[in-house]
Every structure is written in structure tokens, then in C-alpha cells.
Design a protein. Sequence first.
Length: 255
Amino acid sequence: MTAYKLLALDMDGTLLNDDLHITDLNLKWIRKAVEAGVTVIFSTGRGFINAIDYAVDMGLDSPMITVNGGEIWSKPHVLLQRKTLDADWISKLHGVSTQYPNTWFWAYTTKRIYNKDSWHELQGELTAHEWLKFGYYDEDIEIIQAIRSEIEAWQGLEISNSSIYNLEINPLGVSKASALEALCEHMGIHMDEVIAVGDSLNDIKAIEAVGLGVAMENAQEEVKAAADAVTFSNNEHGVAEVIRRYIFNEAEAEL
């Protein structure tokens, strides 16, 4: 067995395959880890509402990190910490979207997601809502880079991505790493007792901050460069391999 006490898993591109399913093999090894006393958590850019069904289906009653660290749950439906994005920033970020009419955008509040198609459904002023994250998606990389450059010039926000085609914007200082640090303090464990697994820029800080940072084979190259190890892809049961190799130290065993 291992000294690792917590396994933090990104969802899209990591735990979930390209069909957005958790494979039976991944689930088998996650359950083995839980039975061995390891806390397995989601550490995701998704909002709580888009992640909770997976936790329920897996039978997990463990903490959750959602919206890239904007929310920390001590267990499902029990909020430990929330850091919101000021409405003034939302106004500016939405303003950028108007410069690129073909670019998709979305924003999380604590209640729901608003996007390009539903923005008109907003009731009242922006200040009437608690905002968590803003995002853009465009398969034109030059547009994504242009948007990133403009926002970076403001020097007041946390900028990452969960795909090479998107940008995800959180309050400055909010990341999966900062959330893991707060959660570890709450749980009474050390960051060097944590394994973090991911594939995108929103995972880099966590991968660098924990005891063992693992990138997926399908990860962005910057993530692989930051990681201590690279596992199989999300379509090849990479999470199961992490658990087998680094939690149970079964270097030669068959999955």
C-alpha cells in the first residue's frame, strides 16, 4: 500500500472517457482505493450540478472541488467554501464576448449556467447573482489567444482552460491547487499525501502542488511537462492505472 491518502480526479478528459462515461475498470479500481481507506474526490471545472450525478452513481460520499476550486464541498450538498467572481468582472468578460459574435460563452452562478443562448434570461442586474466562473469556446485558436491576451492585460483574474479550444476564468487566486490546500487543512492531511490527476491547464497548479502529480496521455503538453508521471489516456482507463501503480504499487500486475 501507499502513503497517499487522497486522490483528486479531474473529470472531463481524465476520469471520463470521450463518451463522458466512467469505465467499469476505472470504477473497479476507484472502489478498491476507497475500500483501502483512500479518499477519492472530483476536482473539476464543472459546476456542482454537472458533477453530482456522477458522484451519486459511483456511491461516493466524499468531498468535491467544483468550478476549478471556486467551490469546495466537504461532502455532496455540504458546502465548505465558496469564492465568487465580482459582477464587474462578469460585465467586462461578457463585453469581450460581444467582440467575437461567433464565439460561444457561458457563466456559472451558484444557481445555474447562463450561456450565449440563454443570456437574455438573466433576471435583474448582474449584481443580483453570485457568479463563480466565466468561459469562452472557439475552435479558432487565434481567437482564443486574442481573448486570453486581452484578459491577461487586466491583471486581476485566474485564467486557465479545460481544452485547447476554451478559456476558463475564475477569481484571482482560485484554482484546484488552492482548493486542495483548503480541503487538506480541513481534513488534517498534508499536500504531499495527495495524488492529483488531470489533462488541462486548470490542472497544472494542482499537479505541481501535491505529492504526486499525474498527467493523462491525452493531456496538453504543458500539463505533461509539469507532471511527475504520465498515465494512459482517458479512453484507456488511465485513472485505473494510476490507482494500480501508485496506490497499490502493483507495477507488474494486470489491470
